[in-house]
Design a protein. Structure first.
Length: 155
């Protein structure tokens, strides 16, 4: 357990707490790494979050839904379930506090970060779909379980 404690302390000290000082404020290396990943994925995927925004709205609004397809959850229900698990009172209060203390600049940087984060989220969801585990219980009719997520694609 000593190695993991050392690794955790190292990451906390040198990645989360230390950073680059700009205008009297320190930007942690963690923020730079996250935004850098977003910029890399945005460029590498050809601005996927802008190119496929219309398709995302079509999927969410149910244009591609087929009532005869098996499954318990519609596209919209899956989206709202994922959002309910993601957006909590901490996020809502955090945005309000950021706007209060940071003003319009905070709102601008939240939008920039969200735009870059969309490419990162796209990559995460694509990997989760590609490496998911599908177990069918009947050959002729689709019944079974689907498991996926980071624990599957990291493996």
């Amino acid at each position: 357990m000593g190695f993991f404690e050392w690794l955790s302390e190292f990451g906390n000290r040198y990645i989360a707490e230390m950073g680059i000082t700009v205008g009297g404020e320190t930007i942690p290396y963690m923020v730079i790494l996250l935004l850098g990943t977003g910029v890399f994925l945005t460029l590498r995927l050809g601005f996927i979050q802008i190119r496929r925004l219309g398709h995302g709205f079509k999927v969410t609004s149910g244009v591609y839904d087929d009532p005869d397809e098996p499954g318990d959850v519609s596209h919209f229900q899956a989206l709202t379930t994922a959002l309910s698990a993601t957006v909590g009172i901490g996020n809502i209060a955090g945005v309000a506090i950021a706007i209060h203390w940071g003003g319009p600049g905070a709102l601008f940087w939240m939008w920039v970060t969200a735009g870059l984060g969309m490419a990162t989220k796209f990559t995460e969801v694509t990997l989760a779909q590609k490496y998911r585990d599908v177990e069918q219980t009947h050959g002729h009719k689709w019944e079974g379980t689907v498991s996926g997520g980071p624990m599957y694609y990291i493996e």
